[in-house]
Design a protein. Structure first.
Length: 191
């Protein structure tokens, strides 16, 4: 990550916790002392559509939007969503993706086939690290914590101290789900 500004896009589909993940990242960055800006798109999220959030933090941030070619990191809750946002990667940036594949409506109805995302990523030379986050979440007994597993996986590579991540999770996650989310975050750090 650059010393000045860190640009992150978090993407997925409705119901995956994309927006909660962006809230936690923003809070952790603020606790670290960074200026933070965020923008999110969630129009069709309740129908399983695309959801994305742009998060920028650094010494002084003026705009919440990550421009094409400037993302240090794309955190994808689903493989195809990660590929969709790949043009936003900066040189030296990377995608960290859950290995989950969610069939869009066109695939569910038989009008299209789910593409071989791994082959497309290799062909295009996109730097992508796939994580078995769903498997890890299921091992913890709660598939809804995939977002925290993924945040845990990127946390060691962000300029944010561990205690600020913990504080952010405690602030953003409802109390009844707090312990499961903290365990998921810790499991992600192991990945």
């Amino acid at each position: 990550m650059k010393d000045s500004t860190t640009n992150v896009i978090i993407c997925g589909t409705g119901g995956q916790g994309t927006l909660l993940a962006s809230e936690v990242l923003c809070a952790a960055a603020m606790f670290q002392g960074f200026d933070v800006k965020k923008s999110e798109v969630h129009g069709m999220s309740q129908r399983g559509g695309s959801v994305s959030s742009h998060v920028r933090f650094g010494k002084k941030i003026y705009s919440p939007l990550v421009e094409k070619g400037t993302a240090d990191l794309i955190l994808a809750m689903e493989k195809m969503e990660g590929l969709r946002w790949a043009p936003f990667l900066a040189p030296g940036g990377r995608i960290v993706s859950c290995d989950l594949e969610i069939n869009p409506m066109t695939v569910q109805t038989g009008a299209a086939e789910y593409p071989d995302i791994d082959a497309l990523i290799r062909e295009q030379g996109i730097p992508c690290h796939s994580i078995k986050a769903m498997e890890a979440a299921e091992e913890l007994g709660n598939p809804k914590v995939v977002n925290m597993v993924l945040l845990g996986a990127i946390a060691p590579h962000m300029p944010i101290d561990e205690e600020n991540w913990t504080k952010a999770i405690q602030e953003c996650v409802p109390h009844k789900a707090l312990e499961a989310n903290l365990r998921a975050f810790a499991r992600g750090r192991e990945l």
